[in-house]
Design a binder for this molecule. Structure first.
Ligand SMILES: NC(=O)c1ccc[n+]([C@@H]2O[C@H](COP(=O)([O-])OP(=O)(O)OC[C@H]3O[C@@H](n4cnc5c(N)ncnc54)[C@H](OP(=O)(O)O)[C@@H]3O)[C@@H](O)[C@H]2O)c1
Length: 336
């Protein structure tokens, strides 16, 4: 356990972005570490999760969470260590995860924290396979996608955090997995490291044509992380009663006006369904899912890949990396 310093470096929203968030969107400063009151505890935040959803939280639009207010610390899920406690249930030295924000110290209450067992995995893994990334892939694929052994599952952003886990789970339960990713190196990762059966490079290949070649019996489950043209291409290749899992639409997040699918009549023709979901709605089943994900990881059947950028000042560039596709696996910033 490291004793708290008196200063808390933090990233606050200075103004709302237009398109890609540049450095001027952020105000990075040092504030006093807050004093805790009875019922509270102080967490030293070690790592924060970089999530495409962060881009949406910057816009003043109705969503599943309110936008981050100008002047507030940027919202982020983190992992860290309790360094002072005036509450029951958590003691100094405990490792925890919660919505700490992009800062080095966070005041929390026990109800907002989940305990982390470091004997299961290193701390950053609780932001990837054993964190909301893994949980998103788990519930999105299994609950919404409902794949059966032998099904063909197609995943976009397949070299990314959620996509790489979704494809691996599809393989674990006996499906055929085809990934879509940007560039030859990511496509190599998708097949060689994450064990998909095939990969499509959407930057250099005709996605619709490749889906016809690689999915001769059509698509049973399409796990969509990107929206846009890739979603449209996948919709043309659905099998009857296919399930389209609407996990995210990262290709649209920097657009002022999002573009919806134009091939949606495939849902009617193929009697298919497209359903969105939010991992937050599964909180009462996180423990069950984390147990299964951890077991698969222990058995070597589920690989995690974390890309850690050092230093809280890297946050603005890390967000741009995510939105440009310069990450592979789970992007994390070490804020200590
Ligand atoms: N529903 C939920 O509860 C929930 C929870 C967490 C995340 N999500 C969603 O899951 C998706 C993946 O998130 P993640 O955390 O795993 O991020 P990630 O996949 O690790 O990183 C984002 C990836 O998206 C791809 N991408 C970026 N711009 C693109 C574009 N214009 N067209 C196509 N691909 C593009 C890039 O990969 P390439 O280089 O391969 O293009 C990039 O590496 C996001 O849409 C996110 O919003 C949903």
């Amino acid at each position: 356990m490291t004793a708290p310093t008196t200063r808390n470096r933090r990233v606050r929203l200075a103004k709302r972005p237009d398109g890609m968030p540049d450095d001027g969107v952020w105000d990075i400063d040092d504030a006093d570490v807050a004093d805790i009151e009875d019922g509270q505890l102080l967490v030293r935040v070690d790592y924060v999760s970089m999530d495409p959803a962060m881009r949406g939280w910057l816009d003043d639009k109705r969503s599943y969470l309110p936008p981050v207010a100008v002047g507030d610390v940027m919202r982020a899920i983190g992992v860290g260590e309790v360094v002072a406690s005036r509450s029951d249930g958590f003691a100094e030295g405990d490792h925890v995860t919660g919505a700490f924000g992009v800062q080095q110290y966070a005041v929390a209450t026990p109800a907002s924290l989940t305990r982390i067992d470091l004997s299961m995995a290193p701390l950053p893994v609780f932001l990837s396979v054993l964190g909301s990334t893994g949980l998103t892939a788990y519930f999105g694929l299994l609950d919404i996608g409902q794949p059966e052994p032998g099904d063909t599952v197609v995943v976009s952003a397949a070299a990314g955090a959620v996509g790489s886990v979704a494809g691996q789970i599809a393989k674990i339960i006996g499906c055929r997995a085809v990934g879509i990713a940007g560039g030859p190196e990511k496509c190599r990762l998708v097949v060689e490291e994450f064990g998909f059966d095939a990969a499509i490079d959407y930057r250099s290949e005709d996605v619709a044509q490749r889906l016809r070649e690689l999915c001769p019996e059509r698509i049973d489950v399409y796990f969509d992380n990107v929206g846009g043209d890739i979603l449209d291409a996948a919709l043309t290749r659905l099998d009857r009663h296919a399930r389209v899992v609407l996990c995210g639409a990262i290709s649209q997040y920097n657009q002022g006006r999002m573009r919806g699918p134009s091939n949606y009549m495939s849902l009617l023709v193929d009697r298919a369904r497209m359903e969105g979901f939010l991992v937050l709605d599964y909180a009462d089943r996180y423990a069950e899912a984390r147990g299964r994900l951890a077991a698969w990881r222990d058995q070597g059947r589920l690989r995690s890949r974390e890309q850690v950028l050092e230093g809280i000042d890297m946050f603005p560039e890390a967000l741009r990396m995510l939105l440009r596709g310069d990450n592979s696996g789970k992007l994390i910033v070490a804020v200590r």
